[in-house]
Design a protein around this ligand. Sequence first.
Ligand SMILES: [Zn+2]
Length: 150
Amino acid sequence: MITPADEEFLRRAIAIAAHAVTLGDAPYGSLLVGPDGAILAEAHNTVRRDDDISAHPELKLARWAARELDPDTAAGTTMYTSCQPCTMCAGGIARSGLGRVVYALATEQLVELNPASGTWPTVPQDGPALFDEARAPIDAFYRQDPVSAG
Ligand SMILES: [Zn+2]
């Protein structure tokens, strides 16, 4: 459920997205709000400026949260973002420990506004293969450090 307080933070995410356009960057913005309601970090899309396909604001903030927040704080932190996270960012968010995501535009709405946003191809993957060879470094690592979740 999206509350009036959520809507205020979403308006901030949309404002970050609008500001990004004035800088020549793509129109996507996000922020993190901690358990006490304070804004912890903000980011916008810098894919063009950084020549980095991973420079989505959601992934940048997920990486920041994983690095800077203790697990309890991360779990109590909400990401507000101007558009629904893409699959790349959703993967990073899942590993970050963040507790919640609130977005403004759904992916389907974004694609309706800009059809090119929905044209990512599915890359074929072949495998599994070479199980006995491929498991050796896995076995070696986790035998030394069984609690790591790399
Ligand atoms: Zn993304």
